[in-house]
Design a protein around this ligand. Structure first.
Ligand code: TYD
Ligand code: MG
Length: 455
């Protein structure tokens, strides 16, 4: 038999090479390549005498095939999951350090345990005393959660095998787990993959809802191999700015539901509080209108959320290169809007520094926000506030036209419900029926005339 070829796997990005190198050819990280055990290849004889068993086929409409979901006790968590935990499924929970993953999962664990279901929480990062202190702070000391500090997957699975399978199992985190059947230190690609495989197999065989906490690298990906994302049923990301109090739970992949619903939480002294109605959350409570500020009616899943977009323009005296800084929006899109404002509307931003911020630590990717961003920029440039209690929506094309957006009517109705009186957007938006004063703007230049021309 030919000697199996050696393979080397980058511990940062998971790419495979057949030669050891100091620097990974894919992600350019240094000293991340380590030797990986060669994959075993079986040669199969295709008959039942080889020890294979016949698989059973079932019909798609077999009754009882639909899994019943288990609520987590946190409605916002259930919403992001698409309606609760599915038994026998694996969830990967990613997020920056300190964002609140352990807190969220301990809260869910406590609530599920109080409902009388078996819950096991295994921490590989904190001692049991630390987790108990956190539970006390969350008011969950009395919840019958089985807590352990362990990192050996064999020990964990042996222990679980001796007891009745829990309905909820948390492994915090997969990067700290270690399997003695696999070579390498905890956190390496082969360890992470092997440990996840064994834990997921246990969960599927015993109808356990399993959550694996995953670390996030500095560029925002879940550390370890991408294959981890393929192995699990649901990938969730817990986001937010650590210095802000709001946290957003989002499903990036969900085999059992839609991925457009978010869960909104706020981090308080006693853990995460649910925010059932987030629509006003990200607005500053200011009364007077201010130059450079525009409100955008966003949609997250089925829920409208009003966001404040703030722009600041600083004129430069010298010929220094002006800075453009964006928080919460795409910098490429800002550059495009500035170019449209310069070439189609005759405004001059070239010798000015431009700063753009979506208030509240929110990250926005909806192109319907173009008009609100443009309105904030024009208002900042002219140093004139936009009309009081107004919302802005519309996509801006390179020709400077304002285009229709999805759910225009819903966005406007929600804004009207929250006391906004004026709406500006594309000419052909359904929702002019909303109880606010709606003005259609065909071209971005019309907006410039309105703001700068109404001296
Ligand atoms: P944690 O759940 O440990 O984050 P992760 O597991 O994602 O790394 O959350 C840690 C942060 O949450 C910590 O900086 C303090 C804050 N926190 C509160 O503000 N209130 C609380 O009740 C708790 C438990 C944590
Ligand atoms: Mg943690």
């Amino acid at each position: 038999m030919a000697k199996p070829k050696k393979r080397y796997v980058c511990q940062a990005c998971g790419s495979v090479s057949h030669r050891w190198q100091g620097q990974c050819a894919d992600c350019a990280e240094w000293n991340t390549l380590t030797e990986d055990a060669p994959a075993t290849v079986f040669s199969l004889k295709h008959d039942l005498s080889s020890g294979g068993r016949a698989v059973e086929f079932v019909d798609l409409d077999k009754p009882g095939a639909m899994p019943t979901r288990q609520p987590t006790g946190l409605a916002e968590f259930d919403r992001a999951l698409g309606g609760g935990l599915v038994p026998g499924s694996a969830i990967l929970m990613g997020g920056d350090p300190g964002i609140g993953k352990s807190t969220l999962l301990l809260q869910a664990a406590g609530k599920i345990a109080r409902e009388g279901h078996g819950v096991v929480y295994v921490s590989g990062e904190e001692a049991t005393g630390q987790v108990r202190m956190r539970a006390a702070r969350l008011g969950l000391s009395d919840a019958p959660v089985k807590l352990a500090a362990a990192t050996g997957v064999r020990d964990i699975l042996t222990t679980l095998g001796q007891m009745e399978a829990p309905s909820f199992l948390v492994i915090d985190s997969i990067q700290t787990m270690h399997s003695d059947t696999i070579e390498g230190a905890p956190g390496t690609v082969s360890q992470v993959r092997g440990c996840a495989f064994e834990l997921i197999r246990y969960a599927k065989e015993n109808d356990v809802a399993l959550v694996l906490v995953g670390h996030v690298t500095k560029d925002g990906n879940i550390a370890g191999p991408r294959v981890l994302e393929h192995m699990v049923d649901v990938v969730m990301s817990f986001e937010g700015e650590r210095s802000h109090q709001y946290r957003i739970l989002r499903a990036l992949k969900n085999r059992f539901g839609a991925v457009d619903e978010i869960g909104v939480f706020s981090m308080a002294g006693e853990g995460l509080e649910e925010v059932a109605n987030p629509s006003m959350l990200f607005l500053s409570g200011r009364d007077e209108p201010m130059a450079g500020s525009a409100v955008f009616p966003a949609i997250e899943g089925t829920r409208p959320v009003l966001l404040e977009i703030q722009a600041l323009i600083v004129r430069l005296q010298s010929g220094a290169t002006p800075r453009r800084a964006v928080v919460g929006w795409d910098s490429g899109r800002l550059a495009m809007l500035l170019a449209v404002l310069e070439s189609r509307c005759g405004l001059n931003f070239s010798s000015a520094e431009v700063y753009l911020n979506v208030a509240g630590g929110y990250r926005l990717s909806d192109p319907a926000a173009d008009l609100a961003v443009a309105a904030a920029l024009i208002s900042a440039l002219a140093d004139k506030p936009l009309p009081d209690r107004s919302v802005w929506l519309g996509e801006v094309s390179l020709a400077g036209e304002i285009r229709a957006v999805a759910h225009g009517g819903l966005r406007l109705r929600e804004a009207a419900k929250l006391g906004f009186e004026r709406g500006f957007g594309p000419v052909d938006t359904k929702g002019k029926d909303a109880t606010l004063d709606y003005k259609g703007l065909g071209q971005l230049a019309n907006l410039v005339d309105r703001v700068i021309g109404s001296a």
